[in-house]
Design a protein around this ligand. Structure first.
Ligand code: N01
Length: 550
């Protein structure tokens, strides 16, 4: 309840309980209300936004153009809202969702500052009972988990973390009031998207910033800039076509603002001689790795692209030793989520920024004064942990979700997530996961995938109601087939290369099974599959009728 008076626990019957007030949860609420269902949203934070509520670290920004990363369900909203930049910053995205929530009067349906602790299905009544850390007990036939894919922050298992006497902060739990960094000696641990975005901003104000890097990242310049009035106008005139392209595309992006994305590349890097490759590098810089069709398909081509990437790094970063340390060499381009940056590498040319290569100088412990590596103790005022998330399954597994026969979802998923279409798991009737594992999710523009899932769920609930069906649950066979399909399409891609260690594979979490979690088949194809399932009477699902009153 963060600073507020403790409220009385809620006990009530609803048609649907929605967990999470991010983009997925709020759109779910909108659609449930439209359907005439009584729904409630439970949110751990004190405001709406989900990812965009929690991740307010300096430099936090969307890596998809804002025009594309926006709701499509209201044409009036599309016309009324103006984005200021190609890629909006966290405050602007948070402001956008707040605008949407107020515009559609959704805030009153949200219970803030409350964390869902359990969801238990009762087979006799076909109801879920959802409990919270505020003592609430909500009963509903449907449960919609809008819990996010990157919402379970991970602290590293480094000895002594608790002993640091300065300020410790996680990028994913950045306090609303901010952290004083001006003139401080700051450490940042990690070099994923969160660190790459915050490093240049922290370096601007800190007395000194030390970046602790274990694995160098491939990162590409965001090329962010303000949107012109003319572009706004053009987009507003062509939203329908833009949305259509998003929905049928591979990753949910129409490519309206980045011509490089408009058409997939056809030329092969292996067909170019060395001179031509260097000419391409002169022309495209880091973007050269995205200009060729074979980089994502052939390890040989990928290695050539990696060499060009390293060459570009040497051109940008002045100190050769730092440039070498920043160059990824031992995993392919395309294995991890691409990182998009604003001035990341040039930041290492600043006199107040240094890099500690943990592969050469391993971290030993966090001390009272700072961080001890194998070489020495580094002293700091602030340590920033940009150490990632227990992705995709973490937020679900930390809730005690129990389906039929008391089986826990975390138990069912101990050997890797299993579900049908990424939407529902067998044994967990009437429980929907938005952008869950097994769906395009984090491989796509999340806004497009969120809307697709919520629309599918809404149509499904309307179908159940219209046909007097009480329960929907995937069959074991449909689930097995889907899991097999998800794994098959990922096999042979850079995502699952043996040298790849990413959070997509869960390997960043100690003890988590190595399994590629999202669906790599593409947004357009996936939508077709989901639509076909619904059109065929919810093929692969068992639909059980409501009991007829005696
Ligand atoms: O987390 P990460 P993130 N000692 O897991 C390091 C989305 N996102 O928050 O690779 C030292 O990518 C770890 O090192 P290693 C986006 O989808 C989007 O940055 O395990 N280092 C790695 O460098 C993204 O992919 C935006 O060797 C340790 C880092 O911490 C996802 O969120 C912005 C360590 C974690 O990187 C996650 O990004 C931000 C240890 N003990 C995030 N433990 C947008 O642009 C971990 N690390 C929209």
């Amino acid at each position: 309840m963060s600073g507020q008076e403790r409220r009385a626990p809620i006990a009530g019957d609803y048609d649907a309980v929605i967990v999470g007030a991010g983009f997925a949860g709020m759109y779910s609420m909108y659609r449930m209300r439209e359907l005439g269902l009584r729904a409630i949203v439970i949110e751990a934070g004190d405001g709406v936004g989900g990812t965009w509520y929690w991740n307010r670290y300096p430099g936090a920004r969307c890596d998809v153009t804002s025009i594309e990363y926006s709701y499509s369900f209201s044409k009036e909203l599309e016309q009324d809202w103006d984005w200021s930049e190609l890629m909006a910053s966290q405050p602007e995205i948070e402001k956008y969702l707040n605008h949407v929530v107020d515009r559609f009067d959704l805030r009153k349906e949200v219970v803030f500052g409350t964390r869902v602790t359990s969801a238990v299905f009762d087979e006799a009544s076909n109801r879920w009972t959802v409990t919270t850390d505020a003592g609430d007990r909500l009963v509903a036939p449907y449960c919609i988990m809008a819990t996010g894919c990157l919402s379970s922050p991970l602290m590293p298992d480094i000895p002594g973390v608790e002993s640091f006497k300065g300020v410790s902060v996680q990028t994913s739990l950045w306090p609303r009031e901010g952290v004083e960094l001006e003139g401080k000696r700051v450490a940042i641990i990690g070099t994923g998207s969160s660190a790459v975005q915050s490093t240049p901003e922290i370096a601007k104000v800190a007395a000194h910033l030390t970046v602790f890097q274990r694995t160098p990242a491939y990162t590409w310049p965001a090329q962010n800039r303000p949107i012109t009035a003319e572009e706004q106008k053009l987009v507003k005139e062509s939203y329908d076509a833009l949305r259509e392209r998003q929905r049928t595309s591979f990753v949910g992006i129409s490519g309206s603002f980045n011509s490089a994305l408009l058409e997939p590349p056809t030329q092969k890097i292996l067909d170019l001689n060395e001179e031509e490759r260097l000419q391409a590098l002169d022309q495209h810089g880091f973007g050269v790795t995205r200009m060729f069709a074979d980089v994502a398909m052939s390890m040989e081509a990928n290695e050539v692209a990696r060499a060009l990437y390293g060459e570009q790094l040497r051109r940008v970063v002045k100190d050769p030793e730092t440039a070498a340390a920043l160059s990824p060499t031992d995993y392919p381009i395309g294995c991890k989520r691409p990182v998009i940056d604003s001035d990341y590498f040039v930041t290492f040319n600043r006199p107040n920024v240094s890099l500690v290569d943990l592969r050469k100088e391993p971290m030993v412990e966090v001390t009272e004064k700072g961080i001890r590596t194998s070489d020495r103790e580094h002293e700091f005022d602030v340590i920033v942990y940009a150490t990632g998330f227990d992705a995709m399954t973490g937020a679900l597994n930390r809730i005690d979700i129990r389906g039929r026969d008391g089986v826990r979802l975390a138990e069912k998923w101990a050997a890797g997530p299993r579900n049908y279409l990424g939407l529902m798991a067998q044994g967990f009737p009437n429980l929907f996961t938005i952008t869950g594992p097994g769906s395009p999710s984090v491989l796509s523009n999340m806004m497009v995938s969120i809307e697709q899932h919520v629309d599918w769920i809404t149509d499904c609930l309307a179908h159940l109601r219209d046909n007097n069906i009480a329960v929907i649950e995937p069959t074991a066979a449909a689930e097995d087939d889907w899991v097999h399909h998800v794994n098959t399409v990922a096999t042979g891609t850079m995502f699952t290369a043996p040298s790849c260690n990413s959070w997509y594979l869960g390997v960043n979490v100690p003890g988590k099974i190595r399994q590629f979690m999202p669906y790599v088949g593409g947004v357009g194809k996936y939508r077709e599959k989901c639509d076909a399932v619904a059109a065929n009477g919810y093929e692969g699902f068992e639909l059980r009728a409501a009991a007829v009153p005696a």
